[in-house]
Design a protein around this ligand. Structure first.
Ligand SMILES: NC(=O)c1ccc[n+]([C@@H]2O[C@H](COP(=O)([O-])OP(=O)(O)OC[C@H]3O[C@@H](n4cnc5c(N)ncnc54)[C@H](OP(=O)(O)O)[C@@H]3O)[C@@H](O)[C@H]2O)c1
Length: 435
């Protein structure tokens, strides 16, 4: 079915019937009448696959053809919309989405890793075959940020887009602040509660947030998706002490994904940030996600809501399906694929900002003088220094807050500081973000 044909019957093929896939089937089965009323189309799941055919998924599979592979679902002649809900940037997800597009089927996916790494190729395939590629659920789960960028902000220039894009990290940071507990301890809780995967490295290492940022950047600036240019730092090294110090200094630590455009190009970065306590994004807590878009005509748009979960995510997937039913198709990344160009990436060492520095030093005379001399020699000026020694304690934390400087300069200064015998651990640096 091409975008211009009749949209009276959508025959969905689903690959992946896990958390999101099951949610999509249940919602479609439960809301048949409403869905038909609102889209004017009959929408049903006619084919599906997952790993385990025998698993009880809590819904009826009547009327669905079971296939042994995702590619078979994607190429089933009875399917006119392929819905990929397996996950992963390669293997069956990649093969099946490619096959569906090449076979002229509309595609809906919630897979950020796949779009972040193959989005530009898919955009070209979708345009070549005159089909839709919708991926609302891939960024910030249920929050309609893709629709807002692709449609609502079509005539706005985005100056900066940033957000809390990973609920697991936001949960861990929130609980660390509330309880004063250590990172590892809270991560274990998050795993027990099902907020973090058994292998949490993509979440806590910032990679999941970076996948989402790559997609937002491409939409915001109408450029090719460029995951490899993103500077990525996770939250693993944030200590309870950093969190307490942030609060004392009037900040809260958040893992943000930030994309900004300047005359020099586009910077994309994911890292923990000190954010002033009175800023709206500082008050987005637990697993909630938020995205802020600063634009020229509209001004600031703030969207906040559930970034994951079965039904919030399924709701976004079904909104994408409903768009196809209504005949609404948009360019995959804001403009026709042939016009997408690589954005000029700005390296992280060009970043200019204020910094929070935590040093651990032997409590002996002259240390502070050496540190301040290194900073002065490199031209870094200090806004605040806090040193709290205690009787009989050998190593003491020294906290510095700098004025604005370039990151390459900051790094040079930290290298010099780290070389002193009295500095017993590598310096820890957290960027202060004016959001
Ligand atoms: N969960 C969320 O809240 C959320 C939010 C936003 C986006 N997403 C995205 O949505 C996608 C799905 O996530 P999920 O949480 O639903 O994952 P999930 O619960 O792990 O489900 C994955 C599904 O894929 C099936 N599968 C795995 N390997 C397969 C293969 N080789 N061939 C066919 N099917 C295969 C699994 O089969 P079995 O069931 O038989 O094991 C399962 O049904 C991912 O891209 C994820 O990033 C998830």
């Amino acid at each position: 079915m091409s975008a211009s044909e009749s949209k009276t019957e959508l025959r969905l093929g689903l690959a992946g019937l896990g958390t999101v896939g099951s949610g999509v089937v249940k919602m479609i089965q439960d809301t048949q009448d409403l869905l038909q009323e609102r889209t004017g189309s009959v929408i049903s799941v006619v084919a599906a696959t997952a790993r385990d055919k025998k698993k009880d998924r809590g819904f009826s599979m009547d009327g669905m053809t079971w296939h042994e592979s995702a590619v078979d679902v994607a190429t089933d002649p009875n399917v006119n919309v392929f819905v990929e809900l397996i996950g992963g940037s390669d293997g069956p997800a990649l093969d099946s989405v490619r096959a569906a597009l090449m076979n002229g089927k509309h595609v809906v996916t919630a897979n950020k890793a796949l779009i972040a790494l193959h989005g530009s190729e898919f955009a070209q395939l979708a345009d070549d075959h005159n089909v839709a590629l919708n991926y609302e659920a891939s960024v910030a789960g249920g929050i309609p940020i893709i629709k807002s960028l692709r449609e609502g902000l079509v005539i706005n220039q985005v100056k900066r887009i940033f957000g809390i894009l990973n609920g697991t990290c936001n949960y861990i940071l929130s609980v660390m602040e509330e309880t004063g507990r250590a990172f590892d301890d809270v991560l274990k809780d998050a795993q027990d509660l099902g907020y973090a995967e058994a292998d949490p490295s993509f979440d806590i290492g910032g990679i999941d947030a970076a996948h989402k940022l790559a997609i937002l950047t491409s939409l915001a600036y109408g450029c090719e998706v460029d995951f490899d240019s993103i500077y990525i730092e996770g939250i693993e090294t944030i200590s309870a002490h950093d969190i307490a110090m942030a609060k004392e200094l009037g900040y809260r630590i958040k893992l943000l994904g930030i994309a900004e455009k300047s005359d020099a190009g586009i910077s994309q970065r994911v890292h923990p940030c000190f954010v002033k306590l009175d800023r709206p994004i500082a008050n987005v807590s637990d697993v909630t996600n938020a995205v802020v878009v600063d634009t020229d005509y509209l001004g600031r748009l703030v969207l906040e809501g559930p970034g994951a979960g079965q039904f919030p995510t399924a709701s976004a997937v079904i909104a994408d399906i409903a768009d196809i039913a209504r005949g609404v198709t948009q360019p995959v990344f804001m403009k026709p694929a042939r016009d997408l160009k690589p954005g000029a990436a700005i390296a992280m060492d060009q970043h200019v900002g204020e910094y929070y520095i935590r040093l651990t030093a032997r409590d002996k005379p002259g240390v502070m003088a050496e540190i301040t001399q290194d900073l002065a020699d490199e031209g870094v000026s200090i806004e605040t220094i806090i040193q709290r020694g205690a009787e009989g304690v050998e190593n003491v934390p020294i906290i510095l807050v700098t004025h604005k400087c370039q990151e390459s300069v900051m790094n040079r200064a930290l290298q010099r500081i780290a070389a002193h015998d009295a500095i017993v651990r590598p310096p820890r640096m957290i960027r202060i973000e004016d959001v």
